[in-house]
Design a protein around this ligand. Sequence first.
Ligand code: TYM
Length: 326
Amino acid sequence: MRIFSGIQPTGDKHLGNLIGGFRQYAATQEQGEGFFCIVDLHSITVDYDPEDLRRRTLDLAAMLFATGLDPDRSTVFCQSHVTAHAQASWLLSGVASYGQLGRMTQFKDKSSEREFVSAGLFTYPVLMAGDILLYQTDIVPIGDDQRQHLELARDIAERFNARFEETLVVPRGVFPEVGARIMDLQEPERKMSTTLGTPQGTVLILDPPDVVRRKFKTAVTDSGRDVVRTPDKPGVTNLVEIMAVATGEAPEAIESRYGSDGYAKFKEDVGEAVVSLFTPVQERYRELRADEGELRRLLALGAEKARAISAPTLASMYERMGFVRL
Ligand code: TYM
């Protein structure tokens, strides 16, 4: 089975990324042949600093290995090192629907808060579709916020196959059973995000333990005293899900343990569980990040493998779309 997922290098990585992204990557790599891509080409669609992009690309490589990707087993690489991605994106833009791109909620959210909206922000999901389809991917481990983008990738694959010839595997999304959409701790109606969330409500994987504890202590809960997941308690629901992921317990077990004891002790315990989740990751991350030569070596190996695996699909796409091949 082929597994593919991507993650952007810019922006601090947070608890939502850990749950929807990193942890799922490490878990799914056991099931087959995994390709995990640092999507640096995606990061240029919003305002960014070139030096920051370069540094964070290596930071992210270290984080991918620190959270459990095994370089002997999985292919970890940078999107810009495999030119097939940019090429596939252009070819697929011929079968992607303009109307459907305009309906992407992430585009609407991100474009509404900006004065300058790049063309790339609009066409971004086509690049993402190419990322996935180039590897004949069966499953795509992602968080809930990428669901619509994955649907688009599936539509593009189906349209390509119908219009030309059966060429691309139609991928399936894999989402965490609990915690597919981790919410901001201060504004639990919106997802945790460094671009769209609040700084105090966004728990960064590299936050020092005391900062993590403080963010949970000041998390917004709801009125009442019951630790229970209900639609009118988005703050408490979010905290129960976070604790379930961090401790491996069932959410129901957490609800019955805390019952109607109020929120102070509960929030403290969730913070502590997250500190325990982060601590080993932070330690491994620091070790790995210190050896930049080794990170570059692993990325070069990953790029070589990714080029070899994606090349035949790209060639088929050109062929079937009617380009003269020499
Ligand atoms: P990105 O970089 O924003 O996020 C990386 C992963 O983290 C997940 N995630 C969350 N999960 C739960 N709760 C949250 N609050 C939360 N925030 C982020 C995301 O769902 C994602 O799985 N477009 C993608 C990158 C991409 C990609 C791909 C993904 C490019 N090409 C091909 C899969 C396949 C993105 O910007 O993810």
